[in-house]
Every structure is written in structure tokens, then in C-alpha cells.
Design a protein around this ligand. Structure first.
Ligand SMILES: *Cc1c(COP(=O)(O)O)cnc(C)c1O
Length: 397
């Protein structure tokens, strides 16, 4: 306790307990700075702290040491110059879109985007006059044809949900870049261990760290990673206004989960490919949509862009149609019927009646989703136990 606290009454002293500084050793894990406010020696020092994302910590909506550790860790993995953490993947996405777009701007967006991203773009279109053109994700000619003088952004996902189409990132980003259009890539499904979109020319990478980065289904978090420091600064100013800041404890949980990302991704990828192969050979299964299998339309691109593994989430169609798919997702025992993905638990769901229920039949077909399609996000359980569960659910109705 500092000297000027001596002689104070107990009520005052307890508000100012000693804060232990670590000297002579160092913490092995990232310290949790849950407090949201930082004190300064004088007004000039505080004034200077307001200047930008690299100013001294003063108020956690502007920046926090634990959150900064997460931002730097993910920026490093993605090969970016900096990153911005948000309270969820959607927090990162809306912050980026609102920071970079204004009325009258045009966006070229991949057809099969995450539902929340699609809803935000639709809202920007309906209420703010942002225009959106959809493209498939495998043809740079489509991007070139969609370009207008007002085009501001190309928005892509590395791997699509749920049928795991692999986007031709270098070709599409190249087409945007040649026209001076910024590229944003949601890399949630691939993680920076399988693909680093900045290496393919992306300006901005998005993560729902709620999924593989956090990895344990116990935290919501999002990140935007920037190739360029100026873009980071611009979006950071809006992030402070939007207030989508990540809570320090959520950042701490995400960092703790991320330490095993390498082990988990290897297991997710190996088990998913193994199960995909076994499903493809099962008489109750009509088709398997896993880019690591030779029959997938993006198999060659997947081997080129995702050589270390094609991820842990894929889909398959049951031969028995819609009712068989709905019965299957209710019959699993080790796996669980739940939304989300990227955690240690294996999850299944029926996209046509849940995550993609707002889509028309034509939109479902365009997204490659049939009435009998099941999505599986493979966890880290033993693959033999998982196969036994899938097999009993395939034959048990
Ligand atoms: C889950 C998800 C999001 C949204 O992330 P939240 O953390 O739930 O807000 C965005 N993009 C993709 C690809 C996702 O899977």
C-alpha cells in the first residue's frame, strides 16, 4: 500500500488494496486484466492515450491488455499487421461493414455467406441503400462482371457452410484488387492454421472465435485482422463508437482455448475426413460433401488452398430423404443436435429446417443444400466411438 493511503479509514483502504506487481519472475499464462479503467499520473498522459489503438490503456472499450494479447496472437497467426477483437463474430462483422460502407456503396458478396452476415448486408441494403451483388465464389469473371464505380468491398468465406465449397480466394481477391476494391474473408471454418487469406491478397480477415479458435463452446468472441495498419486504425475508431468490445475474461478464455488449436485442428481434420469416407460407403447415405474426397467439386482447389487439412465441418445427404435426415439428427447419442461448430463436442443439425430455414427452395438448391442434407461438426472424441454412434443413428430408424 502506498504511503499516502496510511492513516485512511478502513472503508477507504479496502477500495485501494495493494496491487501486486510481478518482479523477478514472469507469468507463464496471459494475465487477466478484468478492470476496465486505468489511472494516469497527469492529464497530458491521459490525453495522449486517446490517440489510437496503440495508445496507453485507459478504458477497456478502447483497448485492454488481455484483449490486446488475443488481438496480437491472432494477427500473428494470420500474418496481419494488427487485429481488433469484438464481443462476437457478428460484432466484428457489423463493425467492419459499418466502418467501411456508406449509402450508395456497392458490395460483391458470396452467395453462401453465414446467415447473420447475409442478414446484416440485407439490412444495410434495405435501410442504408448499400447495393449487394451475389457471386458463386469459383469464378473471378463473375466478380469482374459485377464491378461498378461504386464497388467498395468483396466479401467471401474460405469454406462455405454447410456443403464445404472452397472459394477460389487468390482468383477472386485478385479480380477485386485489380479494381482497387477491398477484400474481406471470413476464415472461421479454416482457421489460420489451414489457410491465411492475407497471403492470397485479402485486406481483412474475420473470425468467429466462438468456433475453432475458442474451441470449447464456452465463449463468444470475434476478430477482424487487418493487412494494413491504416485500415486497422479506421475500423478501430468505429469499433470504439459501436461498443462491440470483447470482455477481457472472454479474451482470456479464447487465448486459453487457442493454445491447443494445433492439436485440435489436426484431430478435427483427420476424424472428419475418416468419417466422410466411411459415410460415403454406407448404403443409407446418398452423397457426402467433404472437399477432401475426390468426388467433391472443389477437391483439387481444396488440396491447393487447404493442403494441411480441409476442416472439421462437412455435410452429407441421406438416401431416405427429409424425414430420414430429421430422424438421424434426433437419433445420435454421443454427438448432439445443436447449432454452432468448432468445439470439442461433435454436433449435428438439419440445415433445411434450422440454420437455413429462411431460404427459398431455389436458394437452398443454389447453396447446395437438399431436404436430406445433414451438417456435422466433428469434435475431438475418438473417431471409432463417433463412427459407432453415426452408424447406429443411420440404421436405428
Ligand atoms: C458463427 C459464425 C459467425 C458469427 O459468429 P458469432 O460469434 O456467433 O457472432 C460468422 N461467420 C461464420 C462463418 C460463423 O460460423
Amino acid at each position: 500500500m502506498s504511503d499516502h493511503h496510511r492513516g485512511l479509514r478502513p472503508e477507504s483502504r479496502i477500495v485501494h488494496p495493494p496491487i501486486e506487481e510481478v518482479t523477478g519472475s514472469r507469468p507463464l499464462g496471459v494475465p487477466l486484466h478484468q478492470g476496465h479503467v486505468f489511472a494516469f499520473p497527469d492529464s497530458d498522459a491521459l490525453a495522449e492515450a486517446f490517440g489510437g489503438p496503440d495508445g496507453a490503456f485507459h478504458y477497456s472499450r478502447f483497448g485492454n491488455p488481455t484483449v490486446r494479447s488475443l488481438e496480437r496472437a491472432v494477427a500473428d497467426l494470420e500474418g496481419g499487421s494488427g487485429a481488433l477483437a469484438a464481443s462476437s463474430g457478428m460484432g466484428a462483422i457489423t463493425t467492419v461493414l459499418h466502418a467501411l460502407l456508406r449509402s450508395g456503396d456497392h458490395v460483391i458478396a458470396q452467395q453462401s455467406l453465414y446467415g447473420g452476415t447475409f442478414a446484416t448486408l440485407a439490412d444495410l441494403a434495405a435501410r442504408w441503400g448499400v447495393e449487394v451483388t451475389q457471386v458463386r465464389g469459383d469464378d473471378p469473371g463473375e466478380v469482374r462482371a459485377a464491378l461498378r464505380p461504386t464497388t467498395r468491398l468483396l466479401y467471401l468465406e474460405t469454406v462455405s457452410n454447410p456443403v464445404a465449397r472452397v472459394t477460389d480466394l487468390p482468383a477472386l481477391i485478385g479480380a477485386a484488387r485489380a479494381a482497387g476494391v477491398l477484400s474481406v474473408v471470413d476464415n472461421t471454418f479454416a482457421t489460420p492454421l489451414l489457410c491465411r487469406p492475407i497471403e492470397h491478397g485479402a485486406d481483412l480477415v474475420i473470425h468467429s472465435a466462438t468456433k475453432y479458435l475458442g474451441g470449447h463452446s464456452d465463449v463468444l468472441a470475434g476478430l477482424a485482422v487487418f493487412a494494413d495498419e491504416r485500415l486497422h486504425h479506421r475500423v478501430w475508431e468505429h469499433a470504439v463508437e459501436h461498443g462491440a468490445a470483447l470482455d477481457p475474461f472472454a479474451a482470456w478464455l479464447t487465448l486459453r482455448g487457442m493454445q491447443t488449436l494445433g492439436l485440435r485442428m489436426r484431430r478435427h481434420c483427420e476424424a472428419a475426413l475418416d468419417l466422410a469416407g466411411r459415410l460415403a460407403a454406407h448404403p443409407a447415405v446418398a452423397a457426402v460433401h467433404h472437399p477432401g474426397l475426390p468426388g467433391h467439386p472443389d477437391h483439387e482447389r481444396a488440396l491447393r488452398l487447404l493442403p494441411d487439412g480441409q476442416g472439421g465441418t462437412f455435410a452429407f445427404d441421406l438416401a431416405g430423404g427429409r424425414e430420414a435426415a430429421r430422424a438421424f439428427v434426433g437419433a445420435v447419442r454421443l454427438a448432439s443436435l445443436a447449432p454452432s461448430l468448432g468445439g470439442v463436442h461433435t454436433l449435428v443439425l438439419h440445415p433445411a429446417s434450422t440454420t437455413h430455414r429462411q431460404l427459398s427452395d431455389a436458394e437452398l438448391t443454389a447453396a447446395g443444400i437438399g431436404p436430406a442434407t445433414v451438417r456435422i461438426a466433428v469434435g475431438i472424441e475418438h473417431p471409432e466411438d463417433l463412427w459407432a454412434d453415426l452408424e447406429q443413428a443411420l440404421t436405428g430408424f
